[in-house]
Design a protein around this ligand. Structure first.
Ligand code: FE
Ligand code: MN
Length: 332
């Protein structure tokens, strides 16, 4: 029995006994993080948003850029889980996690509805930003482009080449979209929160980041399991291709960071957001067994504390070596 649909012995209805305990752990961690946006008061945010002298125009623009990016990126991610990943990942405990993740994406979508409603933003403007703002459109187009061939209704997993196409979809959404394209935005919104600005939205971004760190951990475990079970696909060409895709993603994310926050925030410059993107890209590469590219130090150590605050394990910056000793990469 294997995790993907290319194995006819996998019965999606028999969840016990389990093969992939990591999928079960991610499910339980997701449930332990349960939250809804309405639990977080937006009253102070609304006052600050409407006050003429709390937020600068640059800060307001940065908030709008991030709301614009995330409002539609969450739906793109949710659709990919339901329409693509769920179809080909037939192992039942992995599917149980995917159902949980799909629900969390609905909560994230709801968060941006709540932000638009409470701040009185124009939904036409916010929900069109993924088409009208080039630095946002380029990120979304990049991920959608990587995952196009899998959307063919006749696509099925039969050969190693098919599995390579599926792997690129999983890398595109889990590693690049959720693992890289979300993180400059997380850093910007949490940097603002550290200055006591828009703390309600900041807290919602913290909760989302906590969820996303688990989505990313699941995605990396999925990738590593597919590699392990299909040894023929992890060729040097595939490894180079994935590394190149991540390098290009980092370039898109740096461009976005400069566009969303050209002058930085109090005590932070846009170059530091770029360093942070390089730092997290290295962590993602290591998590899927590839060499790091940048060797950049983390300019924002407080970012990992934002996830640790939840008392949950900090998945998203854990190095692969530490991760392996936790037994999560043990398939025997
Ligand atoms: Fe999400
Ligand atoms: Mn997600």
């Amino acid at each position: 029995m294997t995790i993907l649909s290319n194995d006819s012995k996998t019965d999606p209805n028999k969840i016990l006994p389990m093969t992939y305990m990591w999928a079960r752990e991610h499910y339980k961690d997701g449930v332990a993080n349960n939250w809804t946006p309405e639990e977080i008061s937006m009253q102070k945010d609304v006052e600050q948003w409407k006050s003429p002298d709390v937020l600068s125009d640059i800060e307001k623009r940065m908030i709008l850029w991030n709301l614009g990016f995330f409002s539609t990126a969450e739906s793109l991610t949710a659709n990919n889980i339901v329409l693509t990943v769920y179809k080909h990942v037939t192992n039942p405990e992995a599917r149980q996690y995917l159902l949980r993740q799909a629900y969390e994406e609905a909560v994230h979508t709801d968060t941006f509805i709540y932000c638009c409603d409470t701040l009185g933003l124009d939904p036409e403007y916010i929900y069109n930003m993924y088409e009208t703002i080039p630095s946002i459109k380029e990120k979304d187009d990049y991920v959608v482009g990587l995952t196009k061939s899998i959307m063919d209704p006749n696509f099925e997993l039969r050969t190693d080449e098919d599995i390579k196409i599926f792997l690129q979809d999983v890398v595109g959404y889990y590693v690049i979209m959720e693992g890289i394209f979300f993180y400059a935005g997380f850093a910007m919104m949490l940097a603002l929160k550290r200055q006591n600005k828009m703390v309600g939205i900041g807290e919602q971004f913290e909760y989302i980041m906590r969820d996303e760190s688990i989505h990313l951990a699941f995605g990396c475990d999925l990738i590593n399991t597919i590699k392990e079970e299909n040894k023929g696909i992890w060729t040097s060409d595939v490894q180079k291709n994935i590394t190149d895709l991540i390098i290009q993603a980092v370039d898109h994310e740096k461009k976005y960071a400069f566009d969303a926050c050209p002058n930085g925030l109090l005590g932070i410059n846009p170059e530091q957001f770029c360093e942070y993107v390089e730092y997290i890209a290295d962590r993602r590469l290591e998590r899927i067994g590839l060499d790091k590219v940048y060797g950049t130090d983390n300019p924002f150590p407080w970012m990992s504390q934002s996830v640790d605050l939840s008392k949950e394990k900090n998945f998203f910056e854990t190095r692969v070596t530490e991760y392996q000793t936790a037994g999560s990469l043990d398939w025997d």
